[in-house]
Design a protein around this ligand. Structure first.
Ligand code: ZN
Length: 501
């Protein structure tokens, strides 16, 4: 017979704790099962009349215009933009005929396709015409040739960022208009011209000002952003489509170090360079705190419906496992790290201008990306804390330069969002659509004052090495992927803007 004394009081505590753990585990499993919902697959809609070859040729032509953002060495070089505009009007005659075109700030374009149902708020499809420079070195085909490579890909600067998207939007609209349809919802196609330099000042902000003057509010905005990847990269089945529901804020600041310098033949320590080196080391050793934003939790819960049982269990309970996830994501990769915190990167350095002179003043530029829930002021506060030692003595000063705060989070539920996700799943089979924080910056952030639902998504399946081609060498897209992007816009424009006779 086992008596109370035989088990011992410790044994009872053990059994009780074990029981509680088991109950908690069961509760989390049941919770995961209820939260991890797989998204229904949808019957893909095909448009057999879409001609992949013609669409590919259109992109090839678009890539030949050297629409490099007009800054630095390219200032004033506007002929490519004017020629590109002419090309659009010629290549998409129904859009040219039926849309009212307004040119903003000389080069940005707003095509307005007036809808027939004034009860529907208008919407806007965004894209930017400009590209970053592309020195020909290293390319298999010249970057402004739009060449069809031997591997069947179309090569050129802008093939992924984002003339593919711009062409696909125009193809989508042209498809319906050329069939004698029009949209019930007023539909704007807004193509900025200075997105790439990072601080578009003329294009997108002036387009939004124009809308404000017209009293236009938008039901939704779709711009570049997330894309489609093979699910296995995220331990999920099928494809995963990521829609940017917000984007991080960004800005620059300079950290200036003062310390007496002089001739290099009689150095004194620490030098301004020595202090600057320590400043940079401190920035890298003391990242800002990791946080699981509500949106990131939603990302994981949504993704959990497509993952294996173990991931399902953890991701569907992302709120419970937040402390663990924060640690894992911080370490897993630079991308996952950037999802959970405001990041700081030191970029440009300024030092002595002579080989034998120790500078009195040196400085470093810090480019930072702010996660929603924090502001540029928090970045400055953080730096003040980790550099306190030098700031107290006046050796270090922080100058905050141009910056913008994180954009508001767009709602990821309701009819507007559902129409977008449905259109994606009608284009790409077995796709799980997840909202997330987009790590880059887009023109769409300027639209926040006139629109609550801004989504950043490009309907292109990205290969494992495509990421490095953005702004890099051998930027390219396969015509099949481009044709699928067009199919998406044809479907989405019908679903969201209602193509009718
Ligand atoms: Zn872009």
């Amino acid at each position: 017979m086992i008596t109370l004394s035989a088990i011992g009081i410790g044994g009872y505590i053990g059994i009780a704790v074990g029981g509680i753990v088991l109950i908690l585990l069961m509760a989390l499993i049941i919770r995961a099962a209820s939260k991890a919902v797989s998204q229904p697959t949808m019957e893909p809609i095909d448009y057999p009349e879409l001609d992949k070859k013609v669409i590919g040729e259109h992109l090839s032509e678009a890539l030949r215009f050297e629409t490099i953002s007009m800054v630095d060495a390219y200032k004033g070089k506007d002929e490519p933009f004017l020629a590109f505009r002419e090309w659009m009007l010629k290549t998409y005659p129904h859009v040219a005929k039926e849309a009212e075109l307004t040119v903003i700030a000389g080069y940005s374009l707003v095509f307005c396709l007036k809808g027939s149902d004034f009860d529907l708020l208008p919407c806007a499809f965004l894209s930017h015409q400009d590209v970053v420079p592309a020195p020909a070195k290293g390319w298999d085909y010249p970057p402004f040739s739009g060449a069809m490579g031997e591997d069947g890909y179309i090569y050129g600067r802008g093939a992924l960022d984002m003339k593919d998207h711009l062409v696909a939007v125009l193809e989508g609209a042209e498809y319906w208009l050329s069939r004698g349809k029009h949209f019930e919802r007023t539909t704007y196609l807004c193509f900025g011209h200075d997105e790439e330099p990072g601080q578009s000042l003329d294009g997108a902000p002036n387009i939004v000002r124009y809308f404000q003057q017209q009293g236009v509010r938008l039901e939704f905005v779709l711009d570049e952003g997330g894309s489609i990847i093979e699910g296995k990269q995220l331990f999920a089945k099928g494809y995963v489509a990521a829609i940017g529901a917000t984007e991080k804020g960004m800005g620059d600041l300079e950290i200036v170090v003062h310390q007496e310098g002089g001739h290099s033949s009689r150095p004194m320590y620490p030098s301004a360079n020595g202090i600057l080196a320590d400043v940079i080391r401190r920035i890298e050793k003391h990242p800002m705190r990791a946080r699981m934003t509500p949106l990131l939790k939603q990302t994981f819960v949504t993704l959990s419906g497509a993952t294996n049982p173990l991931f399902k269990f953890v991701l569907a309970n992302a709120d419970v496992f937040a402390p663990l996830l924060k640690v894992v994501l911080s370490k897993a990769s630079p991308v996952t790290n950037a999802l959970v915190r405001t990041t700081l990167a030191t970029t440009v350095l300024w030092g002595s201008d002579a080989r034998n002179t120790i500078a009195n003043e040196v400085k470093v530029n810090v480019n930072f990306r702010t996660l929603s829930g924090e502001t540029s002021e928090d970045v400055v506060k953080h730096l003040n804390k980790i550099l306190k030692k030098y700031i107290k003595t006046g050796q270090v000063r922080i100058d905050l330069l141009a910056h913008s705060e994180p954009s508001p989070e767009s709602r990821c539920d309701g009819e507007v969002f559902d129409t977008l996700t449905k259109s994606i799943r009608q284009t790409f089979e077995e796709t799980t659509v997840i909202p997330y924080v987009f790590l880059g910056a887009t023109d769409s952030r300027f639209y926040a004052p006139i629109c609550d639902r801004i989504y950043r998504f490009g309907p292109v399946v990205m290969g494992w090495d495509d990421e490095s081609r953005f702004h890099g060498i051998n930027e390219r897209i396969h015509p099949d992927k481009l044709a699928r992007a067009v199919r998406f816009f044809v479907t989405y424009m019908d679903n969201a803007c209602h193509a009718v006779d």
